[in-house]
Design a protein around this ligand. Structure first.
Ligand code: DAH
Length: 339
């Protein structure tokens, strides 16, 4: 047996391998489960104890060497196959490093934050799974009031009091409950509504909520703030329009439209034939809401607004279909540059 081991040691030492086939043959002969070395170990186990000592050491040596050779061969074969189709030519240009890109919604959201930070707003977060009070109750949506139908709500199963927030206005409530005026915050985040997915609607989207509470805040302050935002976001020539509207948590309430254009068929579809696109709701915070959140409406007043990030991104980048934002198609995602 010792002789056999010696002979195999020589064989392994002098083995040379040039192809994947030869590597396979080597494995079959030496290192596989059914290979010769394993057979020798079987024989070894049957030996009487006093012989084991003399055989064990060279046998282990053989096994170790065969394994080391195998690793070296595998490495060489791998290197060989790479260099076959790409020789080591150091003068070749390097592989280009493909950098990732920011999602258009992140770019737009960050730009919105930047614009409002310039006039003193601070960012404030809230939870996406919200309780009824913060999403509805405190904002003047009484139980069973039809205003709740304005937003098709996802309810959380087995949690009777929980919903996926339908708007970021819920964060207003949290901020007012936990802070003394003056307040000037911006709350970006994802919101959910039970809507059929189409080019114009999705079951989740993004909003940025703004809230200002102080003494003597007026609708003129709101309008000036939104005008400032529009020129920063869309350029000096941006045209905006404030229309009277209704929200339970603001009194008076308005919606703001931005001019999109009305030349192509897409423009008609995008703007329902008006040329204008609605990008946000806004208004003066209803005194009841202030009271609900522990702020004295006889001392303080304020305004709020909530804008749709997808809509604004559509205006800035001319994206015709909301679904593109969540399909993760690289051909779409690669196109957006920082604002
Ligand atoms: N929460 C409203 C929505 O999702 C948008 C909105 C309207 C937010 C008026 C406001 C506001 O802060 O004052 O449709």
């Amino acid at each position: 047996m010792l002789e056999k081991i010696q002979q195999l040691l020589e064989e392994v030492k002098s083995a040379s391998i040039k192809s994947a086939e030869e590597l396979d043959a080597y494995k079959r002969r030496f290192t596989n489960k059914k290979g010769i070395i394993n057979d020798l170990f079987d024989d070894f186990r049957a030996l009487p104890g006093d012989q084991k000592r003399d055989i064990g050491r060279p046998l282990n040596e053989l096994k170790k060497l065969a394994g080391e050779q195998l690793a070296a061969f595998e490495k060489a074969i791998k290197r060989g196959s790479q260099s076959a189709d790409r020789p080591d030519d150091l003068s070749l240009p390097g592989d280009p490093h493909v950098a990732g890109a920011r999602h258009p919604l992140s770019i737009v959201q960050n730009r919105i934050i930047q614009i409002f930070e310039q006039i003193g707003f601070k960012v404030s977060d809230g939870p996406e799974v919200e309780d009824d009070w913060h999403n509805f109750g405190a904002l003047n949506f009484p139980d069973n009031h039809p205003a709740r139908d304005m937003q098709d709500t996802f309810f959380v199963q087995r949690e009777p009091d929980s919903v996926l927030r339908t708007h970021t206005s819920s964060v207003q409530v949290r901020v007012m409950e936990n802070n003394e005026p003056p307040i000037r915050v911006l709350s970006p985040g994802r919101v959910y509504r039970n809507e059929a997915i189409s080019a114009r609607a999705h079951c989740f989207f993004h909003q940025v909520e703004g809230l200002v509470i102080d003494k003597n805040v007026s609708f003129a302050d709101l309008k000036a703030t939104l005008q400032y935002f529009a020129t920063q976001m869309f350029g000096e020539k941006a045209r905006i329009k404030l229309r009277p509207s209704y929200f339970p948590f603001t009194e008076i309430s308005a919606e703001m439209d931005v001019w999109w254009g009305l030349e192509t068929e897409d423009d008609y579809r995008m703007t329902k034939g008006s040329g204008w696109v609605e990008i946000m709701g806004c208004g003066m915070v209803d005194p009841h809401v202030l009271k609900n959140c522990g702020i004295d409406p006889d001392v303080y007043s304020g305004f709020a607004f909530g804008m749709g990030v997808e809509r604004i991104s559509q205006l800035v980048y001319r994206v015709p279909d909301l679904r593109l934002y969540s399909q993760n198609d690289l051909r779409f995602l690669k196109q957006f540059v920082k604002l």
